[in-house]
Design a protein around this ligand. Structure first.
Ligand code: RNT
Ligand code: ZN
Length: 419
């Protein structure tokens, strides 16, 4: 393997690329791993059999789902030990931890104390934390609506929830001495065509104004659009025009999160990065793989993801400003394996992007040498990036190549199969 790496190092050096620098850059780029792959987006606040609902759905019935905070933490640690580089855990409000001391409260009454165990655990493991209010899988998602509902009682409940979540995220940021991404995915929509689309969006705007009416210096406030959700195919309150305009007008740390599965099938999200990065301080991503629709399949080393990684690297400061988060949930295969495959695939795409001979490509482009640019783009695909990826894993003390399969199998035999 070392010999292969040495050959790769030489091959890339010829293109003016320092593979050692690439390995170091990538090791410092955190990847935010979603807690919800570990338990099929069930959470801990609505009972054990509360399958995801309200515009979101998991399919599959693989045994061994994490059903308690302890199990989810253990599984996450196992997955993280097989993924190179820096990691963050992305928590949803529905993963509040209730104890005898801090018994169950509804989502509008959540406080920092319900997440303190996560903070203690994250610090111990060297993970950063990101956060999300949970506006789904709850009886108060009424007729598919939350903060844009015509019922004031419904809106107010969710406004209180979102305010609580911003306060929690801020406190997490203070405790961690870090910026916390607090992302709002609001599933609101209608099964069929809307007659009062304007009214629904006006209510969303008013609710957000109330939610964002106080400062949170440790929080990056993101909003995530979607073309449609299950059961709400006819109309989505929070579409791209709404959220881009809203975040841009708010300014500061208000941004839009881009989920790779939330656009029309042929719409490339990579091309959004060089636009959004001109105006926003951050562009958070949900890296996922959609199959025909927003199916949240486990991420693989595929063109759509490679294209996103390429833009992250090509855009000035993209490595700092684009926040890479995962958002897939497959309940049909070993869940720890799913984490590992998906996160490593995203990182493989990043390695490859960092190895691109960008200076040369830009020179060709600037000189109008279209043939040369295309030829190099094509040849570069066959350079030995995989040897650099293997070295990256080796240097970060995680299994190289498919060695992680045996590790996941062992954990399954010893832990998850016994649940
Ligand atoms: C749903 C959105 C959202 C969720 C998570 C659980 O379509 O992608 O980001 O997947 O918040
Ligand atoms: Zn998402």
């Amino acid at each position: 393997m070392t010999t292969m790496y040495e050959l790769a190092r030489e091959a890339y050096a010829k293109q003016g690329i320092d593979t050692e620098a690439v390995i170091e850059t990538l090791a410092n780029k955190a990847i935010s791993m979603h807690c919800w792959q570990g338990d099929d987006v069930v959470g801990f606040d609505q009972g054990d059999d509360n399958a995801a609902s309200g515009g979101i759905m998991t399919t599959g019935n693989y045994p061994g789902r994490a059903a308690t905070p302890e199990q989810l933490m253990a599984d996450f640690e196992k997955a993280a030990s097989l993924i190179p580089g820096k990691k963050r855990i992305n928590l949803h409000a529905s993963y509040a931890i209730f104890t005898e001391e801090n018994p169950w409260v509804d989502r509008d009454k959540l406080e920092y104390k319900h997440f303190e165990p996560w903070v203690t655990w994250a610090k111990k493991n060297g993970f950063g934390i990101d956060f999300n209010p949970t506006l789904f899988s709850h009886p108060l998602v009424k007729e598919g609506l939350t903060v844009s509902s015509p019922e004031k009682e419904v809106r107010d409940f969710w406004i209180r929830h979102c305010i609580a979540c911003r306060q929690i995220a801020e406190r997490i940021g203070e405790e961690m001495d870090d910026m916390v991404l607090n992302n709002f995915w609001i599933p609101d929509g209608l099964k069929d065509y809307a007659a009062d689309a304007y009214g629904l969006r006006a209510r969303l705007k008013d609710s957000l104004d109330e939610i964002y009416s106080f400062e949170t210096p440790h929080v990056i406030d993101a909003v995530e659009q979607k073309v449609f959700g299950i059961g709400v195919e006819g109309f989505t309150t929070g579409n791209q025009e709404f959220y881009v305009s809203y975040a841009a007008k708010k300014g500061g740390n208000h941004v839009v999160l881009i989920d790779a599965g939330h656009f029309n099938p042929m719409e490339s999200i990579s091309d959004k990065l060089p636009s959004l990065l001109q105006f926003f301080p951050y562009v958070p991503l949900h890296v996922t793989r959609s199959m025909h629709w927003d199916s949240d399949h486990v991420v693989l080393f595929e063109d759509s993801i490679k294209d996103i990684a390429a833009e992250v690297v090509r855009c000035p400061e993209g490595m700092d400003k684009v926040l890479i988060g995962m958002d897939f949930f497959d309940a049909s295969i070993n869940r720890i394996g799913a984490y590992v495959i998906g996160s490593r695939a995203a990182q493989k795409c990043m390695v490859r992007a960092l190895l691109e001979p960008i200076a040369k490509l830009r020179e060709y482009e600037a000189n109008g040498q279209g043939f040369q640019r295309l030829a190099l783009l094509e040849e570069e695909k066959a350079l030995p990036w995989n040897a650099v990826w293997d070295m990256f894993c080796l240097k970060n003390n995680v299994p190289v190549g498919e060695e992680f399969i045996a590790e996941v199998e062992k954990y399954e035999a010893e832990v998850t199969s016994k649940r």
